[in-house]
Design a protein around this ligand. Structure first.
Ligand code: ADP
Ligand code: MG
Length: 729
């Protein structure tokens, strides 16, 4: 089904269309070129035919007029010869000559002799009526009598032969008197002229007319027109239009045209020499068009034949192009069918015989193999990635720490389970919200998470959870940078410190109770002395109650002892009291003294020398005094434990640069082994049999809580020095 879709949408349609396209393009091209040629040649052809017609018209009219005029002049020559050989005195001879001529020249339809009075004397053939008539009205009689020269008459129907003919009249002139003695006439029948014209029709298919100067048609292609038809034409010639009469007066010969039924008629004319007549030759353009139409239909059938030939040829050409492509498509289809199964086994598929196609097929197969390998690799990669993702998701989900990821747009992208547990905010409520919104919800300062800040932020903070409860957290905010050191995201790790804080608190209390236990025996011992003194003083007072001086002295001594006791108890209680941590501006001097007095009995017991070096102008520091005293007590306690009898403990307090206060507590005890120095602040780390390893852990926590720092320097067997540093106010 899948294949069908691809095939229907693509390849097959492509092949199909190519099959149509190639022949279509070839046919269109052929058609265009044929039609273009046809158009051009049609134009040339019609022009040429037109010219041919005009030329032929001219030739026909020239030759016909020449032939007619030659014919008439020959005829005239014959009649003149006859006239020269006639002697009017010898009538018999005249008759004989006339008979001879009539028989000898078959084209003469009548020969006669006419007297100067216009009477026919003898005629061959004869007709009785002619002898009674006089022919004074005949144009040839009048011309010959007047001009005394030969004359070729107009056409008229002769009274002897009753046929239209031209009369050639020649005078017989007396050489002495120069008088006309008679006229010899010879009739040339119109038939003869017609015969000449008919001869022209053998090579010409237009119309030929012979007209006289009155435009009367003597010979016409239409039969029996004589005496009925005057030819009327309005001929365009040399840019003018004139009728045939004007034409005959203006030109000897020429060519023009006139309109007839919306088509052009080409006309040529030629005056006949020695005769008042004209040959008109004309041809209608319609006949050309008819001719062209014949050619056109022939052309169309040729075109049809050519086009079908081209169609067959181009289809086979298209086939020869398309078939290999089809083969290629089939081949590629087979390969593609196997691409996710076993493309390597497609070697068996037969390759095409055509070398180019074979090459294409091979390269396609190679490509498919490459593709297959890529697909396999990609699938593997995808699987690995999926697993990795799952793994990461699991880590994120099960991570004890809250993981919050802020994306490139400053929006929350990941808010894992632990983060939800710590903050009480649901993932779906915060994901895609801005980091500022998150900070606001948590009650953290704005701008803590910023895409502009490339440095990590690390520290303990207090956030408000959704129930508005304060939660101590450890936050690490680190930007994720790309290769160009641009921030792509920010990862925030959130660790809930509630339990740790509780633990710390517990440890602090435990440490304190422990110290209290240790201190109490010393205190009891300490109380012993003042109490014994007081008992003695009271004894003395009992004895001397009367003596005022003694009494006052004793009471004052008693007061001193009570003060000592009081101070001791207050200090002790102070230390044991679980006060709330509260930072105030405090004087380090007092805190150190308070700590020393708590440990006083132990110091005394071991005969330890305390060397105090406290600078008078140290700035106050903002700390929790109770916690701070615990710090000093714990450090001093370790020192007391570290030194032997007569040990020395240096307590040095002084300002440092930047208005800081530095407290150094140094003892000349056993020192700390090098390999242990990193561990001493760890909880439960102790090297002592009776130790619990909480002292320095508590110290460290309190110092950090109060914004200070603590470091240790020591050399085994020589000394140990703790250096505390706090920012002064
Ligand atoms: N002044 C000191 N001299 C030598 N060792 C010390 C000194 N202070 C601390 N230490 C070492 O650090 C350890 C941890 O001290 P601390 O946390 O107070 O626990 P504890 O005192 O219960 O052992 C001690 O066990 C000891 O080994
Ligand atoms: Mg200790």
């Amino acid at each position: 089904m899948k294949w069908c879709k691809i095939v229907c949408g693509g390849d097959v349609v492509f092949i199909r269309s190519l099959k149509v396209k190639i022949p279509a393009i070839i046919i269109i091209l052929a058609l265009i070129s044929i039609l273009l040629t046809a158009f051009v040649s049609y134009d040339l052809f019609t022009k040429k035919i037109r010219q041919q017609i005009i030329d032929k018209n001219e030739t026909i009219s020239n030759t016909t007029s020449d032939q007619v005029s030659q014919y008439l002049s020959d005829a005239k020559g014959v009649i003149e010869y006859l006239a020269r050989n006639i002697n009017v005195k010898d009538m018999d001879k005249v008759k004989r000559e006339i008979d001879k001529a009539y028989i000898g020249y078959h084209w003469i339809d009548v020969v006669f002799f006419m007297s100067p009075e216009g009477k026919i004397v003898y005629s061959k053939p004869h007709n009785d009526i002619i002898y009674e008539r006089s022919y004074l009205d005949r144009d040839y009689y009048n011309y010959v009598m007047k001009e005394k020269s030969s004359y070729i008459s107009k056409v008229f129907v002769g009274s002897i032969v009753k046929q239209p003919h031209i009369m050639i009249a020649v005078p017989i002139i007396d050489p002495i008197t120069n008088e006309v003695e008679g006229i010899i006439g010879g009739g040339v029948p119109l038939r003869a002229i017609k015969k000449i014209v008919n001869k022209a029709y053998e090579i010409y298919d237009g119309d030929i007319y012979v007209i006289d100067t009155n435009t009367k048609a003597l010979v016409s292609p239409h039969d029996n027109v004589y005496e009925k038809m005057y030819l009327k034409r309005n001929v365009n010639i040399d840019g003018k239009t004139m009728d045939l009469k004007e034409l005959a007066q203006t030109y000897e010969r020429g060519t023009g045209d006139y309109k007839k039924d919306f088509s052009n008629v080409y006309i040529s004319f030629n005056k006949i020499k020695n005769y008042d007549g004209m040959i008109i030759v004309e041809k209608d353009e319609k006949s050309i068009l008819d001719e062209i139409n014949v050619i056109k239909s022939k052309f169309l059938s040729y075109l049809l034949i050519i086009l079908s030939l081209i169609l067959i040829l181009s289809i086979s050409l298209a086939n020869s192009i398309v078939r290999p492509i089809k083969d290629l498509v089939n081949y590629t289809r087979k390969i593609s069918d196997n691409i996710d199964k076993d493309v390597l086994n497609t070697k068996d598929i037969k390759l095409n015989n055509n070398s180019e196609i074979r090459e294409l097929e091979i390269s396609f197969r190679n490509m498919a193999i490459e593709l297959y390998k890529k697909i396999v690799a990609f699938k593997l990669m995808h699987k690995r990635e999926k697993n990795l993702r799952k793994y990461l998701d699991n880590i994120l989900k099960s991570a004890g720490s809250g993981v919050i990821v802020i994306n490139y747009h400053g929006k929350v992208a990941i808010f894992n389970k632990a983060a939800q547990n710590i903050t009480g905010i649901k993932s779906k409520e915060i994901v895609n919200k801005s980091s500022d919104q998150l900070l606001k919800l948590l009650g953290l300062s704005e701008g803590m998470i910023s895409l502009k800040n490339k440095k990590s932020i690390e520290g303990e903070f207090v956030i408000n959870n959704i129930q508005n409860k304060e939660i101590p957290v450890d936050i690490v905010i680190s930007p994720v940078l790309d290769e160009d050191k641009e921030i792509v995201s920010i990862v925030c790790i959130l660790r809930d410190l509630t339990r740790i804080k509780l633990l710390e608190k517990e440890l602090k209390i435990k440490d304190r109770l422990e110290t209290m236990g240790q201190l109490s025996s010393a205190i009891i011992h300490e109380i012993g002395n003042p109490l014994a003194g007081m008992t003695n003083l009271l004894e003395v007072l009992k004895d001397n109650i009367e003596e005022e001086n003694v009494r006052e002295d004793i009471i004052s001594a008693l007061n001193d002892e009570v003060d000592v006791l009081n101070n001791m108890v207050i200090n002790f209680l102070d230390f044991t009291r679980l006060s709330k941590t509260e930072r105030v501006d405090a004087n380090v001097y007092h805190i150190i003294n308070s700590a020393l007095s708590i440990l006083n009995s132990q110091i005394k017991y071991k005969m330890i020398r305390i060397i105090e070096e406290i600078s008078p102008n140290i700035p106050t520091i903002r700390i929790d005094p109770m916690g701070m005293r615990q710090v000093i007590v714990n450090i001093l306690k370790n020192s007391i434990q570290a030194v032997g009898e007569y040990g020395i403990i240096h307590v040095k307090v002084g300002p440092t640069e930047n208005n800081h206060v530095e407290i150094r507590i140094r003892d000349n005890g056993n020192g700390i082994k090098k390999e242990m120095i990193d561990k001493i602040f760890n909880p439960l780390f102790t090297t002592k049999e009776e130790g619990n390893g909480l002292g320095l852990y508590v110290v460290h926590n309190i110092v950090i809580e109060n914004g200070g720092s603590i470091t240790v320097n020591s050399e085994e067997g020589k000394y140990t020095e703790f250096v505390l540093n706090f920012k002064g106010e």
